[in-house]
Design a protein around this ligand. Structure first.
Ligand SMILES: CC(C)(COP(=O)(O)OP(=O)(O)OC[C@H]1O[C@@H](n2cnc3c(N)ncnc32)[C@H](O)[C@@H]1OP(=O)(O)O)[C@@H](O)C(=O)NCCC(=O)NCCS
Length: 163
């Protein structure tokens, strides 16, 4: 069990935290193991979309005034109540493995329980370190639901000005 650093603070984030969150997002996901190719524009658009969605909740962790981790998602209405979709969780590469992700997830779950939500779900890569992290927190693969995808067939560019 790791110790919480003395100058660690967790608080809700909103759209005013977008520049700092975007910079952290790019630092995390453009590095191994994901090696994505996010730009300022695409990363900001993705995070802004989640923060702007009704029912959204984002939390950030600051250590000595620096943003080191973010968790963000939104609640969706189902017939039996609200289910929370965790869209993003990312911890500064220099801070990973020190317990921040675990503390942030515990705080998120506490906030969700206070909002009377009982169900959290998320997507992540099979056999990834992230999957190992979530398993350790008690998350399990769904037995009833699968993720299905399809590449859309190539389409000719449609120009409405042509006959
Ligand atoms: C996945 C992530 C959120 C975990 O946060 P973290 O602060 O690094 O994790 P913690 O320090 O709280 O680790 C808790 C446990 O998770 C597991 N874990 C964390 N990182 C791991 C890794 N790289 N490989 C395997 N297990 C790992 C460990 O079992 C660890 O327990 P331990 O302390 O007994 O070893 C963080 O590493 C991260 O941001 N990674 C890159 C972005 C990412 O993958 N996000 C999730 C995508 S959906």
């Amino acid at each position: 069990m790791t110790q919480t650093p003395p100058r660690e603070r967790i608080r809700e984030i909103d759209i005013t935290d977008l520049p700092e969150s975007t910079a952290l997002y790019i630092r995390v996901f453009n590095a191994p193991p994901w090696n994505d190719a996010w730009t300022d524009e695409t990363a900001a658009a993705r995070l802004a979309h989640t923060l702007d969605t009704p029912g959204s909740l984002g939390l950030g962790v600051w250590q000595a005034g620096k943003l080191v981790a973010v968790a963000v998602g939104y609640a969706e209405q189902w017939y039996d109540g609200q289910h929370f979709l965790l869209k993003e969780l990312f911890v500064d590469p220099g801070t990973q493995g020190s317990g921040v992700g675990t503390r942030l997830m515990h705080r998120l779950e506490q906030e969700l329980q206070e909002r009377r939500m009982e169900y959290v779900y998320l997507l992540t890569a099979r056999d990834s370190h992230a999957a190992a992290f979530y398993r350790k927190l008690g998350y399990r693969e769904s037995e009833s639901t699968i993720l299905m995808t399809s590449n859309l067939p190539d389409q000719e560019v449609c120009d409405p000005r042509l006959p």
